[in-house]
Each structure stands twice: as structure tokens, then as C-alpha cells.
Design a binder for this molecule. Structure first.
Ligand code: LRH
Ligand code: MN
Length: 388
């Protein structure tokens, strides 16, 4: 059985992963949203489901909201409900990708009325943050074009910078905005924030409380994502992760499921760059469980991040640095692979049990009867999906 050092256990003890409210609702493919029995009918029920993940793993005390999907009349009531089930409300996500007016853009739109509407939506999201005590406003923009010549990419960047400045100026002293990039979809020719460089350029122009959000599913195939992680940490501009995994595009699959080695390599750079348990670098999941049950899907996800973090912490840095200095290529790679190939699962199970948590959270959830209860209780009413 692998022995985990005190330092490793201390770091694992502090690991905190924010859950996306929308992962608990029905989501789907571009062709169909498959309803799942027991799916939540309200943001309150989404938060109750998120609380199950935290109760069984001790890893996920915060849930991110998406506005307007999770909009309510009184956020202090929602916050009290979250507190009642042991949860906090985290990142507030804006949404300018489902409104008719935003067909040709929102924060980049040529029409001042439409741009103002999109800016006002973000200001309303900051009002929500004031009510929930959330620190981060996460902005992902679906804006771009589908055909060359369709639009002027340069002036859109200028309008985007202006819109973001107006939003940034409204932030409170303890609030931040994180700008998420994505290389394509729903736009297929150009995307206004397609890569880390564009997000960095835009947020660097705003100020210290504007950061980059890295969604692991938003890169062109073959991209060395851990290099981007290294660089953004080096620049002090990595604000948050949206963790998930993919085989092809923005598949939003369970983090670590499609490429566990990539997740390991990313977390090695997080640890090396001082990004682990660093309050400046938020860990969040951004996934959709289209065919698998959602709560165990989220449990599996946070356990995958915990497991790969443990392996990254086991990397023998001194031996690696010595081999790197010697340009001993094979030795360096062997040291790196040794950490990745170290099976930490039974040590983690034992450690969970030592902290009063179930050794096997997946089995504990299956045995809890929670699923049968929600299927029965939620048979009536309308399940939530990702539509405004
Ligand atoms: C865009 C995205 C963004 C969310 C959405 C649900 O693809 O990653 O982070 O707003 O998914
Ligand atoms: Mn995302």
C-alpha cells in the first residue's frame, strides 16, 4: 500500500471542488435532452443533490449557479437553504447564449442597445453575487461568426474590451471576473474569445481582479493544456478551472474519464506552479451527465480529481529535478510515470474512513436509498434542464 506523506494528506484535506448546478439537471445532445427519473425540479433540489456529493466525499462544499437557469426571487432564502444542507453558493455564471437578441453577439454586438442589454445582464449577475456573497463572476461568451467576411473581428475585440471594462468597474473589492475561452462552438469560423491568449489579453487590460478560466474541454485536439496551465500560473492569471474530459470536442464528460493521464499532467503543473489549494485558483467541474445518473457522476468526478491530485503530490520532485538537470530523459520520464502509475485508491479509501467518510463513496451513495427517494418524491412536477 502506498504511503502518503503528511504533506500530501494536508493538501488533500484542503482540496475543494465546486460543483455546477446544471450537472444535476437534465442536459442532452444537440438532438435530444434525455430526462432522468429523480432529476431536480428546482435549484433547491439541485443544491440538495450537490450536498449528497459533499456529504459522501468531503470534497465539494460549494455549488455554482447559472443565471437565469437558477434565478430566484430571494437569494438570501436560497443561501439559507444551501447552509441548511451544508453547502455554500459559489461562482455565478452569466448566460448570453440563449437570447434571441444575441444571435450575432452580445458584449461584442454592433448595436448599442443589445450590447447594453448584455452588459446589464452581467451587472444583474453581480447583484446576485452581492446577495450570495459569491466572489467570482464567470463569463463564457458564445460570440463569433460562421463564415469568413461575415463580421469585422477587430472591432468586435474593441467592443468586447469596452463591455468588459464596464462590468469590471461594477465589481466589489472582493469580487473577480473570470473570462472563459473556447476554440469553437456554437460559432464555427471565429470565436471572439477562442484561446488563452485572447482571454489573457482582455483580462490583463482590465486589472488584478480579472482572471482567465480554463475549461479542459475547450482546446483544439492535441493542445498541450498543462503548458497553458504552467504559463497562466506563471503570469498569475489562472483564476479557475472548468474540469471535464473529452474524446473529440466539448464533450463535457466526467473529468479524468477520457484521458486520466492528461488530468495528471495538468495537476502536476498545478502543484509545481503553486496553484493547488491556492485561493486564487478555483477548481470547478463543468459537466453534463446525459446518460449516466448525475449524483454518482459528480461523486466519481470529484474522486477522480482527488485521486490524480494525490498522484501528482507523490511525484518525487527532487529526483525529477536531478534527472532534468542531467538531461537524463528516460530517468526523468520514468520518475514522472512512476507517480502516475502509483495506485493510490486503497490508501485514499483508508484515509477517508479515518476521517469518518465512507471508504467507497460510490457504494455508500448506492446503499443510501437517496436515489429511490428522489425518484419517488420528484415523480410529480417538471424536471429542470438547461433552458432559460
Ligand atoms: C460553455 C461552458 C460554460 C458554461 C456552459 C454550461 O461550453 O463550458 O462554462 O456556461 O458550458
Ligand atoms: Mn465551461
Amino acid at each position: 500500500m502506498v504511503v502518503m506523506t503528511d504533506n500530501t494528506l494536508t493538501e488533500l484535506e484542503r482540496l475543494m471542488i465546486e460543483l455546477p448546478s446544471w450537472a444535476f439537471g437534465n442536459s442532452g445532445t444537440r438532438f435530444r435532452v434525455f430526462p432522468t427519473p429523480g432529476s431536480p425540479r428546482s435549484i433547491h433540489e439541485k443544491i440538495e443533490d450537490a450536498a449528497q456529493v459533499h456529504r459522501l466525499t468531503g470534497l465539494a462544499p460549494r455549488v455554482a449557479l447559472h443565471i437565469p437557469w437558477d434565478a430566484v426571487d430571494d437569494y438570501s432564502v436560497l443561501q439559507r437553504h444551501a447552509a441548511d444542507v451544508g453547502m455554500q453558493i459559489g461562482t455565478i455564471n452569466s448566460n448570453t447564449f440563449q437570447d434571441e437578441d444575441y444571435k450575432f453577439g452580445a458584449l461584442t454586438h454592433e448595436d448599442d442597445r443589445i450590447r447594453r442589454k448584455a452588459i446589464d445582464h452581467h451587472l444583474a449577475c453581480i447583484d446576485v453575487m452581492d446577495a450570495t456573497g459569491s466572489r467570482d463572476l464567470k463569463i463564457w461568451l458564445a460570440e463569433g461568426s460562421n463564415y469568413p467576411g461575415q463580421t469585422d473581428m477587430r472591432s468586435r475585440q474593441d467592443r468586447l474590451a469596452d463591455s468588459l471594462q464596464t462590468i469590471y468597474d461594477r465589481l466589489g473589492p472582493d469580487q473577480r471576473l473570470v473570462l472563459e475561452y473556447k476554440f469553437f462552438e456554437p460559432s464555427f469560423y471565429h470565436t471572439d474569445v477562442p484561446d488563452w491568449g485572447t482571454s489573457y489579453a482582455q483580462v490583463a487590460a482590465l486589472g488584478d481582479r480579472a482572471m482567465v478560466c480554463l475549461d479542459t474541454g475547450h482546446h483544439a485536439p492535441g493542445t498541450n493544456i498543462e503548458f497553458i496551465v504552467m504559463q497562466l500560473l506563471r503570469l498569475g492569471k489562472l483564476g479557475s478551472f472548468d474540469f471535464n474530459s473529452r474524446f473529440y470536442a466539448d464533450d463535457d464528460l466526467i473529468v479524468g474519464a477520457a484521458d486520466p493521464f492528461q488530468l495528471f499532467r495538468i495537476l502536476v503543473e498545478v502543484v509545481r506552479g503553486g496553484g493547488l489549494n491556492n485561493p486564487d485558483v478555483a477548481f470547478m467541474l463543468d459537466q453534463c451527465h446525459n446518460i449516466e445518473n448525475k449524483i454518482p457522476g459528480q461523486i466519481r468526478s470529484v474522486l477522480n480529481v482527488q485521486e490524480m491530485t494525490a498522484r501528482a503530490l507523490l511525484l518525487d520532485r527532487d529526483a525529477l529535478a536531478a534527472a532534468q538537470r542531467e538531461n537524463d530523459v528516460l530517468a526523468a520520464n520514468a520518475i514522472f510515470m512512476d507517480a502516475f502509475q502509483t495506485d493510490v485508491r486503497s490508501a485514499l479509501a483508508e484515509w477517508r474512513a479515518s476521517r469518518g467518510l465512507p471508504a467507497d463513496p460510490m457504494a455508500a451513495y448506492a446503499a443510501s436509498g437517496y436515489r429511490d427517494r428522489i425518484v419517488a418524491v420528484r415523480a410529480a412536477g417538471t424536471q429542470l434542464g438547461w433552458s432559460a
